[in-house]
Design a protein. Sequence first.
Length: 495
Amino acid sequence: MADPKGFMTTPRQEWPRRPVEERARDWDEVYVPGALLPIINQQADRCMDCGIPFCHDACPLGNLIPEWNDLVSRDDWRAASDRLHATNNFPEFTGRLCPAPCEAGCVLAINQPAVTIKNVECAIADMAWEEGFARPSPPDRLSGRTVAVIGSGPTGLAAAQQLTRAGHTVAVYERDDRIGGLMRYGIPAFKMEKHHLERRLEQMRAEGTRFRTSTAVGRDIGAVELRSRYDAMVIATGATAWRELAVPGRELAGVHQAMEYLPLANRVCEGDLETSPLSAAGKQVVIVGGGDTGADCLGTAVRQGAASVTQLDIYAQPGADRDDDAEPWPTYPKIYRLSAAHEEARDLRTAPAADADARLFAASTLRFFGDARGHVRSLHLVEVDAQRQPVSGTERVLPVDMVLLALGFSGPGREDGLIDQLGLQLQPRGTIARDAGFATNVPGVFAAGDAARGQSLIVWAIAEGRAVAAAVDRHLTGSSELPAPIGPYDRPMAV
């Protein structure tokens, strides 16, 4: 604890964002380049070095937050990188994409703004690459055992890296043409530029992990055949079965799922397309769904030059402060948060009829109406109460040329045949069933991440990847020294 009074003398200061007018014209990350390092030492000094650091429990990875805060405050970046990478394979991802439940669990957050843990993490990760601390760690010797990892999102990559470093020969199978899963084609570049992903993949290749792209297991290669080639298999395909909106007019042209829309925009940034065939340029857009995916659609539509963008959230507008009765510290509270995309929509006035920034709260979609050509032209909505029941007399109509459905995901998709060919048992909610050791009902086949847990956060995905790697290593060798930060039945702290 470099400064015992830092939390009393230093106010919270976050990584500043670039001006809205500037960043809305490009796809670069929203933050001011180079503006984090000048402030991060003092921000790390705000850490209280608590006797019981609840930030550990709030983060499923068990990040050693007080330790690397202290090291950053002393400018010991190499040691800070070692502490950070001891629990997190990809801190540059979480430092940009995680909603930071650790900050909600910060002891300082009981009555003051929390330590900027996420910013400190990102600074350490970036410094590690800049100074050459994040070097490949190939195994000293190979075990002679082989593992197939299906899916290259954060769970699959974390599992693959851990197993490779343990000496196993690992191949990652990805149905898309590039590695990265949701981080590649679901997350917009303005939230995380893809060079962060590319350099981590190069590290993994140097360590010995092999990658097989454009290979849908179950379609391009039989799942049973692939299982027979390897000593173990990890299914980390994510939760790709999107939720539908069963209202009249859903079949109209112009109504799309968010994950039909976002990958095309990312492919433009990758250079695969000159323009997206689902561009929002010049259109009146309504996004149905108030979560992070909806915000990603919002920021994307703003950059594509939409005439207007409105986001519908079925929940009431939350307050600015934690409700200590409903969501006491250290749980993650539902409070009003202004993402970069919402800040852009507010300042650019993309949705004049919205309650705040671009959002209409407590709004439920009733139906869509289209024109004679079958294209959507209006969305009818109604205000709802706390039980999501319609409030009489509150119906209204929004003109619309494009509707984007961002309603979340129910479990792994089954279109490739992987689940059915292996005969995997499923939970009633559609996720893959597994036991306390991450094992499915098929011998040698393990399941991890959103495919088994259900839709979750990137920190939980990486924690699942690390934990399933330990389970697979134990299955192959009889014991394991790999860390297992969580069990398959662990859940976030809640009341």
